[in-house]
Design a protein around this ligand. Structure first.
Ligand code: PBG
Length: 323
């Protein structure tokens, strides 16, 4: 035998020397849930170890992450039901929980990278990402709301705006609004290929944001489609996106790879709430080794082509020095 591939695996030193893929703190983005009140911290039942924080506790949480070298955060608000309406007006009210949180984080930690979620669902009395009329999700009318929301986020200090709504044309629309108002330096991380997935269940529990009727299949993508992701990615690139995101991550590694092979932009992947819940449930039952399962998941997402990973595991892998 001339070729014996096992020679390159014979010791830890050589295995590390030839390792192709690495995950580091710099690649990780930590999603954080925010609730109203003071000194609040409530665990998401379906996401053990993940909490909703009031703003004061959010600042403490971010401080402890920064000490670990975790510097990028994606914020999501839990909005009380009485503040929701058909047009998600709470999303751009100056004193809203979310805008106050962005301002406080940037004031206390200017070095942190704050990513904000642009979509109507946490603020919508219909629980949808767009304006609903007679059961139909309106596209162009929704863009106006998304533009107002994105502008409010930029004015509050957001570094990166992440539209997660899947309306057509929203990246270009938001880019125009930002530029017209002098925010040419605020980036857009577009949820380009966002699938109508079962794996968002725990997130909707965390925010109480599930659709009040129907599903999201007229705007989020069909899980059976791969080529369609290229159309979405190409449009977002033309419209001015700085990052292209694939979501969820694990069931869509092929899509991450496909988009990576077809763009020069950095690709992000969202290792979503249901993926986290699945791993944690198996670990709690003693069915998986925690460190090995989690690092294998994150490595596989990087190997598929993701530059940045949004993951609920971000803090624990650094805290436990698993990377
Ligand atoms: C809202 C949004 C969702 C997620 C991120 N932004 C849920 C949805 O589209 O219903 C899911 C994140 C996760 O499951 O971790 N537009």
């Amino acid at each position: 035998m001339l070729q014996r591939p096992r020679r390159n695996r014979k010791s830890e030193v050589i295995r590390q020397m030839v390792q192709e893929t690495h995950v580091s703190a710099a690649n990780l983005i930590f999603p954080l849930f925010i609730i109203d009140g003071v000194n609040q911290k409530s665990e998401v039942a379906s996401m053990p170890g993940i909490f909703r924080y009031s703003i004061d506790n959010l600042l403490r949480e971010i401080e402890s992450c920064l000490k670990l070298g975790l510097k990028s955060f994606d914020l999501f608000p839990n909005i009380s039901e009485e503040l929701k309406d058909k047009f998600a007006t709470e999303s751009y009210r100056d004193e809203s929980l979310y805008l106050r949180a962005i301002r406080e984080v940037k004031k206390n930690f200017p070095e942190a990278c704050v990513i904000t979620d642009v979509a109507m669902d946490p603020y919508s009395s219909d629980g949808h990402d767009g304006i609903v009329e007679n059961g139909v999700i309106l596209n162009d009318e929704t863009l106006d709301v998304l533009g107002k929301m994105a502008l409010a986020h930029a004015q509050s200090g957001a570094d990166i705006i992440a539209p997660s709504d899947m309306m057509d044309g929203r990246v270009g629309y938001i880019r125009n609004v930002l530029d017209d108002n002098g925010f040419t330096n605020v980036s857009i991380m577009s949820y380009s290929a966002k699938y109508a997935s079962a794996f968002y269940g725990p997130f909707r529990d965390a925010l109480n944001s599930a659709p009040k009727f129907g599903d999201k299949k007229t705007y989020q993508m069909n899980p059976a489609n791969q080529r369609e992701a290229l159309i979405e990615a190409e449009l977002d690139e033309i419209e001015g996106a700085d990052f292209l995101m694939v979501k969820p991550a694990l069931p869509y590694l092929d899509v991450i790879k496909l988009i990576k092979d077809n763009t020069e932009l950095p690709v992000a992947a969202y290792n979503v709430s249901g993926e986290y819940a699945m791993i944690k449930a198996a670990i709690q039952r003693g069915w998986l080794n925690e460190q090995r399962a989690i690092t294998e998941v994150l490595t596989s997402i990087r190997r598929a082509g993701a530059t940045a990973i949004l993951t609920y595991h971000a803090k624990e892998v650094l805290e436990n020095k698993w990377l």
